[in-house]
Design a protein around this ligand. Structure first.
Ligand code: FMN
Length: 349
């Protein structure tokens, strides 16, 4: 009977009705999920201007020292530049030192401040107020500790960059495939650590380095973690190492950065995939575009802090001697690369 009534309704009317029945559910689900992302950002970022967690304070220090090294790397830095940034950095370093003692980021910041002092002195532009506070902070550590890290700028020759980057990457890029067949051998921690170290060179906003990697190689852990993901049917059980790439929202401190975790995390994940490829391993990105309840489940199962957004999983393993991969053909270049005309027609005088 119901079927008969259904058959009587014309198709466009059916489509119209279906749309308006599902639309409120879509709006509700979108609202809930946006609120979920918003709550994480509100709770864990310091966009409210109060970096009261250790990682948040560290992130301000990180961003500010990097602002100084960036300015020092300009062709002609302005003598005495960035006083407001330097003052904020000094205040945050003093606070951090009192509360937690110096860590590596603080040492990098101190080296950068040292460079800043040296630059200004060389330009006959010393500010005794700043020098005094910087020297007091430097006195709380040792020359040896400062030497153990970097910070500031370095001079580099074009020839050095060219020598080290002269590789034909076309073959390298073309030979990476998403791998869905793995050899049973486990992946050593040395290889994984090498790949993550390589991926750490990925650029991040103000060098704040929000991305993190969680590695699961025990069979029961792997099973639990991969069990939360929906796109590994038929091969998930073969993956010897599951990685979860996350991005720590505590490193962000402005509303404009509300989507930055996906950008920094996505760039990092890509580098990691290429690093694994360069080490002869196979890898597959595993989607984590999910709704709130799946995300909460993974955080719990994989023991990931609530302050971190999950970017994606990556399945990793050694390659079997012979395997089949999807061709995954790419769009024509013209669909991707555009040369838009940005200006209006030139006005004739
Ligand atoms: C963020 C992201 C999520 C992905 N998720 C899945 C997934 O869940 N399952 C899967 O089989 N492939 C997944 N892939 C792999 C894509 O299907 C694959 O990268 C694309 O087809 C291009 O193929 P190629 O990597 O072999 O060049 C994902 C890729 C990316 C970048």
């Amino acid at each position: 009977m119901i079927q008969q009534i259904r058959n009587l309704i014309p198709k466009p009317v059916k489509r119209f009705l279906r749309y308006w029945v599902t639309y409120p559910f879509f709006r509700l689900s979108l609202w809930r999920n946006v609120r979920y992302d918003q709550k994480r950002f509100r709770t864990w970022s310091s966009a409210d201007g109060r970096p009261d967690q250790k990682i948040q304070l560290r992130s301000w220090i990180n961003a500010d020292y990097h602002k100084i090294e960036k300015a020092l790397a300009l062709r002609k830095p302005r003598p005495g530049f960035g006083t407001a940034v330097v003052l904020r950095l000094l205040e945050n370093l003093e606070l951090f030192q009192q509360q937690y003692g110096y860590d590596e980021i603080c040492l990098i910041a101190l080296n950068t401040l040292n460079n800043y002092l040296a630059f200004n002195e060389a330009q006959d532009h010393s500010d005794p107020r700043l020098s005094k506070r910087i020297e007091a902070l430097l006195a709380a550590t040792t020359a040896e500790a400062l030497k153990s890290t970097g910070g500031g700028t370095i001079e580099i020759q074009r020839e050095t960059i060219h020598q080290k980057s002269k590789l034909d990457l076309r073959e390298f890029f073309a030979s990476r495939h998403s791998i869905r067949q793995f050899a049973p051998d486990s992946v050593s921690r040395e290889l994984l650590e090498q790949a993550v170290r390589m991926a750490q060179k990925t650029p991040t906003v103000c060098n704040r380095q929000s991305p993190k990697v969680y590695a699961y190689d025990e069979p029961s852990d792997r099973k639990r973690v991969i069990g939360c993901q929906r796109g590994n049917g038929g091969f998930g059980h073969e993956i010897p190492l599951i990685l979860v790439v996350t991005s720590d929202v505590q490193t962000f401190f402005a509303v404009g950065e509300r989507n930055q975790c996906w950008i920094d995390g996505g760039l990092f994940a890509m580098s990691l995939v290429y690093a694994l490829h360069s080490l002869g391993l196979g890898a597959i990105c595993l989607n984590w575009s999910v709704e709130k309840h799946f995300d909460q489940e993974l955080h719990e199962v994989a023991d990931i802090p609530a302050s971190e957004a999950v970017i994606m999983m990556i399945g990793v393993g050694h390659l079997p001697d012979k395997l089949t991969v999807a061709q995954s053909c790419r769009k024509p270049l013209e669909e991707v690369l555009h040369y838009p005309k940005t200006s209006r027609e030139p006005q004739l005088p």
